[in-house]
Design a protein around this ligand. Structure first.
Ligand SMILES: C[S@@+](CC[C@H](N)C(=O)[O-])C[C@H]1O[C@@H](n2cnc3c(N)ncnc32)[C@H](O)[C@@H]1O
Length: 222
C-alpha cells in the first residue's frame, strides 16, 4: 500500500454556529464546486471572463470576503478544508451580496493540480498557512519546492504568488524556496512591504497579539 500523502492540515471541527450551518446547507450547492479530476472552465464557472484569483486556506474567510468585495472585477476561487470556515465565508458572501466567489472544500494541492488549468490564475493568495513550528513537523508545511512549482505553473505570465506569515523561520523558508523556483521572480529585494490592499487576517491578529512580526513575500511568474 502506498503511504497516504502528508497533509498540511488537521481537520478540526471547531464551533459550527447555526448561521454557518444554515449557510453551508443552503448556499454551498450554488456557490461550492465539488472536487473533480478535470480542469475547470472558469468562464463557465463564474459566468464571465475575468481575472481569477485563488485563495488557499481562507480560514473563516473574512479576508476573502473583503478582498472580493473590494475587487468586483476579479473572480475568486476560495479553497479550504475546514467546514465551519466554509459556512462562515458563505454567510459573509450572502450578507455582503458578494457574487464573485466560488468555494472548493478540498485539499488545495489536489485542487491546484487537478482543477486549475495551467497558466490560468492572475494571483494565488496564501495567507498565514499553518506554521507547523516544531522541527519534526516542518515536512507538513504547505509551501515546499513541489508546491511552489505547481503554484507557479498555474499562474499567468506576471501573475502574483503572495504569501504572508508571522513565523520568522517559515518566512525565511518561503523566501528561499520561491527564490529557487524556476519561473518565479521576486517583486522585492527579499521580503516585500505589506501591500496596503491586504486586510489583516484573523490569524495575523492572533500572531500580532503574541508579539510576532509579519512577513509578506510577493513573487510573479516570469
Ligand atoms: C493558520 S490558518 C489561516 C487562515 C486564514 N488564511 C487567516 O489568515 O486567518 C490556515 C488554514 O489553512 C487551511 N489549510 C491548510 N492546509 C490546507 C490544504 N492543503 N488545503 C486547503 N486548506 C488548507 C486550514 O484548514 C486553515 O484553516
Amino acid at each position: 500500500m502506498p503511504h497516504p500523502p502528508i497533509r498540511s492540515y488537521v481537520l478540526r471541527q471547531g464551533r459550527f454556529s447555526r448561521g454557518q450551518q444554515r449557510a453551508y446547507e443552503t448556499l454551498l450547492p450554488a456557490l461550492g464546486l465539488a472536487y473533480r479530476r478535470s480542469a475547470l472552465d472558469f468562464p463557465a464557472v463564474f459566468g464571465r471572463s475575468a481575472p481569477v484569483v485563488a485563495e488557499i486556506g481562507f480560514g473563516m474567510g473574512e479576508t476573502t470576503a473583503r478582498i472580493a468585495a473590494a475587487n468586483p472585477g476579479n473572480d475568486y476561487l476560495a479553497i479550504e478544508v475546514h467546514t465551519p470556515g466554509v459556512g462562515s465565508l458563505l454567510k459573509q458572501l450572502e450578507a455582503g451580496g458578494i457574487a464573485n466567489v466560488r468555494i472548493v472544500q478540498h485539499d488545495a494541492v489536489e485542487v491546484l493540480r487537478d482543477m486549475i488549468p495551467e497558466s490560468s490564475l492572475a494571483a494565488i493568495h496564501l495567507f498565514f498557512p499553518d506554521p507547523w513550528p516544531k522541527k519534526r513537523h516542518h515536512k507538513r508545511r504547505l509551501l515546499q519546492p513541489e508546491f511552489a512549482a505547481l503554484a507557479a505553473s498555474r499562474l499567468v505570465a506576471n501573475g502574483l504568488l503572495h504569501v504572508a506569515t508571522d513565523w520568522q523561520d517559515y518566512a525565511g523558508h518561503v523566501l528561499a524556496v520561491l527564490s529557487a523556483t524556476q519561473g518565479l521572480r521576486n517583486t522585492a529585494d527579499g521580503f516585500a512591504p505589506r501591500p496596503a490592499w491586504r486586510p489583516e487576517t484573523k490569524f495575523e491578529r492572533r500572531g500580532l497579539d503574541l508579539g510576532h512580526a509579519v512577513w509578506d513575500i510577493l513573487f510573479t511568474r516570469t
